[in-house]
Design a protein around this ligand. Structure first.
Ligand code: HEM
Length: 577
């Protein structure tokens, strides 16, 4: 067999003399590998068709073989490194298998519910192998994913101001979100975070209370209509639409009536985008952009993104035009009138007003504003809606909890149907305990990721662990919130843990972090709590309900957001029928 001339030309032109030693080493490595894997290679060769190979196919076979060999050797080396770092993987092949070349990725379940069960079983397997272990790993080809399997493993990562780069997987969000606050890193992230933090201060959010009440009242009205014909309601959809209605009007300052429009094109595009992104997330072959853009799904997704960007751009431009008109009209008085009206006593303004002022001062451009508005649309409604749906499920399954919540509503609001104020919400301590316990059992973001820019050394339980540079760390929030060393009876829904004197008062800080923790924690957590409390209080003031399924038997869909598969079915009735 002759070496193809094109290969000779490549070798002559592009391989420097200094590389010859490396090639010799590689040859030696290849020979040793062939010697040690004689049987395997004979098996592989038995699949090559009979007859003489032409030069092209010989070239193709050698290149493919070399590539596979490279991946195999690299994967073996990484696995040895993991052992040296004191990080273990699953032993039990009935939970997951570690294949040569592909690693664990080949045996991950494709169904999202099964995948989540399997993922959690992997953590249990490593915990059972070694009670002192705080990390585990899984192989995606030669790329290791490291998983903190105890809250003590999550702490040094979340707490760090160094390891704040998001994992590669967040790139899949960039078609819609660009590099906004969620996906960006480095100086861009720092500048935007500093800019937007004041917009989520309590005094500024107070401005949104009125809109939130209005939207919740609309939701109650719609549910009232629905139960006239059927008391069995799937609450996931009305809750999601109400949360979306709130975020559209608050983040964009645009009048919205999404709850009343069955087929609003913006809402439909968001839901389609979520569904398609979840498919892409699980399908490694769709990750390269060029394959994705050529595929029918990619094409459909690009259309969704176009629609969503069109909507956001239109609203931002309208707001910007209005801003400029006012500035021209008011001249020197603009600062004193426009901003004085919008700022709190410390000069803090709402989200979009903050961004428009920065646009005016040249600190951000229109595309930057769109990135942030889109990011808040994405992060700001589905997370809250999922948490509220689980809360409705748990409340409807525990009549004693529902009763106590109804009593709390009576105490704070009496028979009045007035809007809830910030002061009212502060008094709803039992509702607060219920939402905290819901987010413990069902954190809306079940896992999130970081990519390590440098080695992290952790010493715990008298052992030393190293999380190496380049590793993707996946933090399994859902599983860590149910760690049996930190929570008694962790699968039980027990809001009293969060009341005065309850066990949560003395908990280890990193045993509960539904909004993440450290520098990249959720900027919108106050907003989320406010939305949840206002929406739930309106539901509780008007309705009573009973869940039709047992919570711990509902399959958990942990895709981007932790959702109940099939939604939340309840029998809903007017409180004072
Ligand atoms: C119950 C509701 C919510 C939960 C459980 C939640 C949870 C989280 C978590 C776990 C993260 C970290 C994600 C990661 O590291 O990849 C995060 C980040 C973020 N959240 Fe939330 N979130 C909620 C509601 C909201 C709302 C209402 C908004 C906006 C109004 C929001 C805006 C953001 C943003 C912009 C980030 C990125 C922050 C950064 O990286 O600096 N979230 N959220």
């Amino acid at each position: 067999m002759e070496i193809p001339p094109v290969l000779i030309e490549i070798l002559k032109r592009y391989v420097p003399v200094s590389a010859q030693t490396q090639l010799q080493n590689a040859k030696q490595l290849l020979l040793t590998f062939i010697e040690n894997n004689d049987e395997l290679i004979n098996q592989a060769l038995s699949y090559v068709p009979e007859g003489k190979l032409n030069q092209f196919s010989a070239f193709a076979v050698i290149s493919s073989f070399s590539l596979l060999l490279y991946i195999h050797l690299k994967k073996t080396r990484v696995e040895k490194k993991m052992e040296a770092c004191n990080i273990k993987t699953v032993n039990d092949p009935s939970v997951i298998k570690n294949y040569p070349i592909f690693g664990h990725s080949l045996s991950f379940e494709s169904d999202p519910v099964d995948f989540f069960r399997q993922f959690n079983a992997c953590i249990d397997d490593v915990k059972a192998q070694d009670p002192n272990a705080i990390f585990a790993y899984a192989m995606f080809g030669f790329k290791p994913a490291i998983i903190p399997i105890r809250p003590e493993g999550a702490e040094p990562i979340l707490n760090s101001s160094v390891h704040i780069r998001k994992g590669q997987f967040y790139r899949l969000f960039e078609d819609w979100l660009g590099t906004g606050l969620l996906t960006s890193h480095g100086s861009k992230w720092k500048t935007r975070r500093r800019l937007l933090t004041p917009a989520f201060h309590k005094t500024v959010l107070t401005e949104f209370v009125e809109v939130m009440n209005e939207k919740a009242v609309k939701m109650v009205g719609l549910l009232d209509e629905k139960i006239k014909t059927d008391k069995k309601i799937n609450m996931l959809w009305p809750i999601t639409l109400c949360a979306l209605d709130i975020i559209v009007q608050t983040a964009m300052g645009a009048e919205s009536d999404i709850q009343f429009e069955e087929n609003n094109y913006y809402a439909s595009a968001i839901f389609d985008w979520m569904e398609i992104t979840q498919i892409r997330q699980k399908s490694v072959w769709y990750w390269p952009d060029w394959i994705w853009n050529l595929s029918p799904l990619g094409n459909q997704q690009n259309k969704n993104v176009e629609k969503m960007h069109h909507f956001t751009e239109k609203v931002i431009k309208q707001r910007w035009e209005h801003y400029k008109e006012l500035k021209e009209e008011l001249g020197d008085a603009f600062e004193a009138t426009y901003f004085a009206e919008k700022c709190d006593s410390r000069g803090r303004m709402a989200f979009l007003d903050t961004l428009l002022k920065c646009l005016d001062q040249g600190e951000i451009d229109l595309e930057g504003i769109r990135e942030e508005v889109d990011t808040f649309m994405f992060e700001g409604h589905d997370t809250t809606a999922a948490a509220m749906s689980w809360a409705i499920q748990e409340i409807g399954q525990h009549p004693e909890v529902l009763k106590r919540l109804h009593e709390e509503m009576e105490l704070v609001f009496g028979d009045s149907d007035r809007p809830a104020t910030m002061e009212d919400l502060d008094k709803l301590t039992y509702l607060e305990a219920v939402t905290k316990e819901t987010l413990r059992k069902f954190p809306s973001v079940a896992m999130f990721a970081r990519e390590m820019d440098s080695d992290l050394v952790v010493e715990k339980n008298g052992e030393k662990f190293v999380v190496p540079t380049g590793a993707i760390v996946t933090i399994p929030c859902y599983k860590l919130h149910r760690d049996e060393r930190h929570w008694e009876d962790p699968h039980k829904f027990d809001p009293s843990r969060w009341l005065e004197g309850g066990s949560a008062e003395t908990r280890y800080a990193y045993s509960y972090f539904p909004f993440s923790a450290g520098p990249r924690n959720c900027i919108g957590q106050r907003f989320a709590n406010l939305t949840a409390k206002i929406m739930l209080s309106h539901l509780l003031r008007n309705f009573t309900w009973k869940s039709l399924r047992v919570t711990n038997e509902i399959p958990v869909l942990a895709e981007i957001i932790t959702r109940p598969k099939g939604g939340i079915d309840v029998i809903l009735e007017r409180k004072h029928a």
